[in-house]
Ligand binder design. Structure first.
Ligand SMILES: Cc1cc2nc3c(=O)[nH]c(=O)nc-3n(C[C@H](O)[C@H](O)[C@H](O)COP(=O)(O)OP(=O)(O)OC[C@H]3O[C@@H](n4cnc5c(N)ncnc54)[C@H](O)[C@@H]3O)c2cc1C
Length: 254
């Protein structure tokens, strides 16, 4: 496992998150009298996504979304509980949207808040990473920035990139991009989990939806600097598909 940031940043954005989890038809919802189901959640999801290019651009997004809603209505709850994650008893309303079942957004509350928010959510996963390292099952290489996916006969067989200088800047702050070496690693399977584009305002502008008019001149990124979106182009070079969703809030001046 490689990451362009140091050990102190392990867990990425999840550390900063509220730990709000999308879950469907849970004991917490039922206790509050909320009637939810996979069917309703999938209808809500499709109402927001507006999939209309199932033959090409939307094909993977549709399959991913359906599998994710099935997971959220199925084993996700017991899987999280098994890991020791506890939930706040009040279920919230993030992404409420129009709040009707035939429009966009959630039509019932589904935002389950983790006790301890982001750090509480990360804790069991970080413990697992550390015990795998101690057991010699996981080799973690911090400050390794991937710049290329190595492909052979249409299959990704490895990664290549630059080793960045050690930097002990606290979690969440921008770190140096000074290059001190190069690396190559080969593997049977390569999984890219490099996050979005939120701190790369140039990429945000390039991907700005035309229906929202032109992008604002001044924008504030709500994510750490490592959310640079560079791996999207690297992945697309070897045939990867990406889905970019622009989420923005508007702050009035004055
Ligand atoms: C303040 C805040 C609150 C949030 N609240 C919620 C919430 O309540 N509920 C919710 O569902 N979501 C929330 N989110 C969003 C959620 O935290 C993120 O969507 C999620 O954590 C992203 O996970 P990820 O693994 O895809 O990417 P990231 O967490 O961004 O991790 C990507 C990792 O890849 C590394 N990386 C990137 N490029 C390279 C490269 N080229 N080479 C090597 N390493 C690389 C990065 O350094 C990073 O460690 C919130 C986010 C923020 C910032």
């Amino acid at each position: 496992m490689v990451d362009q940031e140091g050990e102190q940043s392990l867990g990425g954005q999840a550390f900063w998150s509220f730990g709000g989890l999308f879950l469907v038809d849970t004991p917490e919802q039922r206790r509050l009298g909320v009637k939810d189901s996979f069917e309703l959640a999938w209808q809500d999801w499709q109402g927001t996504a507006g999939f209309d290019r199932l033959e090409d651009e939307d094909a993977f997004a549709y399959r991913w979304a359906k599998a994710y809603v099935e997971f959220a209505a199925g084993e996700k709850y017991s899987w999280l509980k098994e890991k020791g994650i506890k939930l706040f008893p009040v279920v919230g309303w993030a992404e409420r949207g129009g709040s009707f079942a035939d429009g966009h957004g959630n039509s019932v509350p589904r935002f389950h808040i983790t006790w301890g928010t982001g750090p509480g959510l990360l804790e069991p996963f970080l413990k697992r990473v550390q015990s795998a390292r101690v057991a010699g099952l996981l080799d973690f290489k911090p400050r390794h920035q991937v710049t290329e996916l190595i492909a052979k006969n249409g299959t990704v067989v490895g990664i290549a990139g630059t080793i960045l200088a050690e930097d002990n800047t606290p979690r969440g702050q921008e770190t140096s991009r000074e290059i001190v070496g190069e690396f190559y690693h080969y593997a049977d399977a390569v999984i890219v989990a490099s996050g979005g584009i939120g701190a790369n305002l140039e990429l945000v502008r390039q991907n700005w939806p035309s229906r929202l008019s032109s992008p604002p001149q001044n924008m504030i990124a709500g994510v750490p600097a490592f959310v640079d979106g560079k791996m999207l182009a690297v992945s697309e070079k070897v045939g990867g598909a990406s889905l970019i969703v622009i989420a923005c809030g508007i702050i009035r001046k004055g």
